[in-house]
Design a protein around this ligand. Sequence first.
Ligand SMILES: Nc1ncnc2c1ncn2[C@@H]1O[C@H](COP(=O)(O)OP(=O)(O)OP(=O)(O)O)[C@@H](O)[C@H]1O
Length: 255
Amino acid sequence: MPVIAFDRVGKSFGSVRALHEVSLDVEQGEVVVLLGLSGSGKSTLLRHVDGLQRATSGGVRVLGEDVGSLRGSGLRALRRRVGFVFQQFHLVGSLTVLENVCTGALGSLRGPRLGLFAYPKRIRYAAMEQLDRVGLTDQALQRADTLSGGQQQRVAVARALLQKPEILLADEPVASLDPDSAAQVMNLIAEIGREDGLTVLCSLHQVDLALSWGHRIVGLRSGSVVLDTPVDGLSRDAAMGIYAKVGSAELATAG
Ligand SMILES: Nc1ncnc2c1ncn2[C@@H]1O[C@H](COP(=O)(O)OP(=O)(O)OP(=O)(O)O)[C@@H](O)[C@H]1O
């Protein structure tokens, strides 16, 4: 059974059609990169996986659950199994790096936590382990806003990993980073994804990164899938075609 299954998903915001008849199956352990122009529907598609958006038509199944029918505790349970990394990191700058990582466990704890020592010791240890994996042990007690962009994104990755997700969603995780930091963050996600057997769905703007890093490219244009192909054997020109003004039939045979 696919880990993520979109079945003819449509999503409209008023008169804006953000997704149109999107069908997509993602298998366990696959690393799928979404490419497409700004406004093509990448974020909207990602946000359907953990129920941040609900389909106007069609259905989304994730980890065996029908996302559209989940509410309350069912939705929270699904979200604990799905990590999300965003372009803008979404860290609390005034908190330490370690406490930011600990917040990744909030979904499994009762009530709010104020201060690092409000988290159980096992969570603090687990957070240190994840910080070690992203190479930031030495920065654990620094304020998050004193870190570089690349380091902050690595903290966000550690925070997502703390919840031990089965799926990792990443919405343009390196769009705010310089090329070196971007490559570093993507390599890290790829390495950890492999180690943990994560299924990864990630939107990117950089075709070269997508080709060097993904298993499969899904191209979106105006809310429709115009390319869905393994990276192996896909040329840069064919991938760039996602951004060109050609018909989906031509793209489907590209590569
Ligand atoms: N909450 C919303 N309300 C109204 N329209 C929205 C909303 N979210 C997305 N849209 C619209 O849906 C379309 C797809 O947007 P989406 O953010 O998914 O594209 P994207 O490919 O992720 O773009 P970008 O690369 O700029 O992040 C756009 O036309 C956008 O304006």
